[in-house]
Design a protein around this ligand. Structure first.
Ligand code: FES
Length: 151
């Protein structure tokens, strides 16, 4: 799939053109496109003069980066120990069945992505689901509509 790469020069202009800028550039690309398009990684390697293998290894190392398109709403279900004990699996199953996708997948209309994460440090509110940047908890299975509407 080809993506509009017209935003890339503006991103590259913000940083010195060397390897130390790699993570900052990738963060900005992720923010702009919601994921890291393959063509953008190739262009980043060329402009920063970094081997493409290095760009890919950094892209796959950090959880904040995604090589696949994500939905407008990313639902992150915490599956850490406390959330697990308090029913995270049932919440995950409910979201998966409502959206007809599994964790790690995005709906075909690119509206929703479900992910699982380890403890996000909000155990007092377990079970926790994060929708984009907003934390919800304690979440009940019946709260799924609120989560799907949430920002
Ligand atoms: S285990 Fe979910 S917030 Fe800690």
């Amino acid at each position: 799939m080809n993506h509009d790469l017209s935003k890339l020069p503006g991103i590259f202009d913000r940083y010195p053109k060397h390897q130390q800028s790699l993570i900052a550039v990738l963060q900005d690309i992720q923010k702009e496109y919601q994921f890291l398009p393959c063509e953008a990684l190739e262009e980043t390697a060329r402009v920063l003069d970094v081997p493409l293998s290095k760009v890919f290894s950094v892209s796959t190392f950090y959880n904040a980066f995604s090589l696949h398109p994500r939905g407008e709403k990313v639902l992150r279900v915490c599956v850490g120990t406390t959330c697990h004990i308090r029913g995270a699996a049932q919440i995950q199953e409910q979201l998966e069945s409502q959206l007809n996708i599994k964790a790690g997948e995005t709906t075909p209309d690119l509206k929703f992505t479900i992910e699982t994460v380890g403890c996000v440090g909000a155990c007092a509110k377990a079970p926790v689901v994060i929708v984009n940047e907003r934390y919800y908890g304690p979440v009940k299975v019946s709260d799924y509509k609120k989560l799907l509407r949430g920002k």
